[in-house]
Design a protein around this ligand. Structure first.
Ligand code: CMX
Length: 469
């Protein structure tokens, strides 16, 4: 096929995709842009910025590299580009320059609600701009319109044995959505690389739209009667997810979902789930394949699954100490955990050196809505004791709590007590953070990722050679 024919085919496909977006977002006021239109406008400027920074500063040395870092999980090595958020060790996360309290105050809220709407965060992460209330509403409508699952994905979830961990089921379902990938089809048809972002955008919206149905189907199958409520096209994302899980009639839980989805979304690019999604995406795998890879990383106990581990640790503690929540007992229990060669789940962080502001946001939610909850009180007392114990233990560089330390306590208060499901909720949220970057990667033409590795023998040769210089 001639390249001209391919180009005109790709142009036609592009127009069809943009029209699809227009149709699905009729709710926008006539003068307002859709997210896709606004992002399309921003691409030339962003691509130019990337081109210029590479041209002007491409050879500038931006860091040193020690052997310790190569053997230490690449901690602190600057080698990734991530536009949505930057993590400061002392201050915590900023989403496009905004702290969590700023996000909570600036992003549009649902009617009668006070927590930010995660759809608005998605818009912000992709464009750097805060959407209007009506733009946010239209994006909610677009997600609801695309929420149905293909039959084979429903069947795959339904056929999964209930003893298969919910995160494994989640990853399988997301992988199976590959059948719907517009990016994969366009690539196979020879689309021009300038249009990659367009199909990646469509797949990302489809993927996000379908996650509540996937998560709820897993939840209802494994823990309830297997019946998933129908999608309500009038609901925002958090309310939809709460409804499908069976908790939609509790406005506080709906608010919790909005907060939860917003704060768990993005934590710059180096964490395992974000980095994996980006890495797999750099091979031009579709958003479905890229994100399912990220989910497999999130499922690890040192990363997202720590939220499950925290609840299990707390329940075991409660069982073992039989009502004695004194600081002395907690301290002894923490030491028992450490002395048995395990980590204290929910504490420590690879980058943070202070209490995680995502922990603080959840603590504030608890103080507002469940100040007298037994488990919340226990978590609060642990917060008073654990940093001292971990500091005395002398290993962890950060003795303070992270996001996973608090999330389960809130969920269990509203009746969602099934801890092995918690990482699935984290996964739904993480999609809001990693997919914008995947779209940006394709828009600015980021290359396949391929750092250099050496064997230990080769490193020895390298360091000895450098020492002898
Ligand atoms: N309990 C006990 N030991 C801990 C610890 C904790 N909570 N956190 C760190 N350490 C230990 C490490 O295991 C390491 O020990 P070794 O030298 O024996 O290997 C040592 O302290 C130094 O680790 P570090 O540099 O402080 O931390 P890392 O960057 O290597 O790891 C993390 C970060 C989060 C994996 C680690 O703090 C941890 O295992 N925490 C508990 C699990 C957890 O809560 N994970 C969730 C993190 C947030 C998320 O991704 O969702």
């Amino acid at each position: 096929m001639s390249s001209l024919r391919l180009a005109s085919q790709s142009l036609r496909a592009n127009k069809a995709l943009l029209n699809k977006s227009y149709n699905a977002t009729r709710a926008y006021s006539s003068y307002e842009k859709t997210l896709k239109q606004r992002f399309a406008e921003l691409i030339p400027e962003k691509a130019e910025q990337v081109k210029q920074i590479k041209k002007e500063y491409g050879k500038t040395v931006i860091g040193e590299l020690t052997l310790e870092q190569a053997y230490g999980g690449m901690r602190g090595i600057k080698g990734l580009v991530w536009e949505g958020s930057v993590l400061d060790p002392e201050e915590g996360i900023r989403f496009r320059g905004r702290t969590i309290p700023e996000i909570q105050s600036e992003l549009p809220k649902a009617e009668g609600g006070s927590e930010p709407i995660p759809e608005a965060l998605f818009w912000l992460l992709l464009t750097g701009e805060v959407p209007t209330a009506s733009q946010t509403k239209a994006l909610s409508a677009e997600f609801a319109a695309r929420a149905e699952l293909p039959k084979h994905v429903e069947e795959l979830i339904d056929r999964s044995p209930s003893n298969l961990h919910p995160m494994a089921q989640f990853s399988i379902a997301v992988t199976a959505l590959e059948s719907e990938s517009q990016f994969a089809k366009a690539y196979a048809a020879g689309v021009n690389k300038k249009d990659y972002w367009n199909y990646t955008f469509e797949d990302s919206i489809d993927l996000l739209a379908k996650l509540p149905n996937i998560a709820a189907r897993i939840y209802q199958n494994v823990f309830k009667d297997g019946k998933v409520p129908a999608i309500n096209k009038d609901l925002d994302y958090g309310a939809q997810l709460a409804t499908l899980l069976g908790y939609g009639n509790n406005p506080e839980f709906v608010e919790l979902m909005r907060l939860y989805l917003t704060i768990h979304s993005d934590h710059e690019g180096g964490n395992v789930s974000a980095h994996t999604t980006h890495l797999v995406g750099s091979a031009l795998s579709s958003p479905f394949l890229s994100f399912s890879a990220g989910l497999n990383g999130l499922a690890g106990p040192l990363h997202g699954r720590a939220n499950q581990e925290v609840l299990e640790w707390l329940f075991k503690f409660k069982h073992d100490v039989k009502g004695d929540y004194s600081k002395e007992t907690i301290e002894k229990y923490l030491w028992d955990t450490l002395n048995s060669g395990r980590v204290v789940p929910g504490y420590g962080h690879a980058v943070l050196r202070k209490t995680d502001p995502r922990y603080t946001a959840q603590r504030e939610f608890a103080l507002k809505h469940l100040p007298n909850d037994d488990l919340f009180k226990l978590v609060s007392t642990i917060y008073e004791v654990a940093p001292g114990v971990l500091t005395k233990h002398g290993k962890t560089k950060n003795p303070w709590p992270n996001v996973d330390s608090h999330s389960g306590v809130l969920l269990q208060y509203y009746g969602l007590t099934e801890a092995s499901f918690y990482t699935v909720l984290f996964g739904v949220s993480r999609a809001f953070g990693v997919l914008p970057q995947l779209i940006i990667d394709r828009a600015v033409g980021m290359p396949i990722e391929r750092p250099k590795s050496f064997s230990t023998e080769k490193y020895l040769e390298l360091v000895k050679g450098l020492q002898n210089k």
